[in-house]
Design a protein around this ligand. Sequence first.
Ligand SMILES: [Zn+2]
Length: 155
Amino acid sequence: MNNKKLISEIRGLGKLHNVKVIFFNEDRDCAGHIDTGSDKYIYIWKKYLYSRHSIVSTFFHELGHIHCIRTNRWRAYHLNYKDMKNEITIEEFYKKNLYTGLKAERWVDKWAKNMVNKYDRNIKYIDGYKSEVNINWFRNTTTNTIKKLLNNLKK
Ligand SMILES: [Zn+2]
């Protein structure tokens, strides 16, 4: 399958789930992402168009995050503090984010795998957070960023 067909397949899936898919070229150090606190866009790195398995997996993984926003799951990990400022302090917000981040990612993987199976049994879902490389990446990026933010509060 060529890239054009894959792109239109993924855009169609986006439409079906009420989200706009934007493909980007430059390296953002992740296969895909969404905007914190927004269920409108999914961004996917074009590099992942190398196979249908990888691009469909990436789409459904990001859709899992959108699903979390729409169903109020793992809120500290998916929302901005301003959305939760009436409920918890900024310190509690960062701590919650820190302790639930990887759990949320694994929950999203499980959800996405199930969705991929329903969508097309021939596609093998590629887990985002099973390999040590990916887990370390998460610790070195997301976890470290939150830790720094937490430390800055104490200064
Ligand atoms: Zn994720």
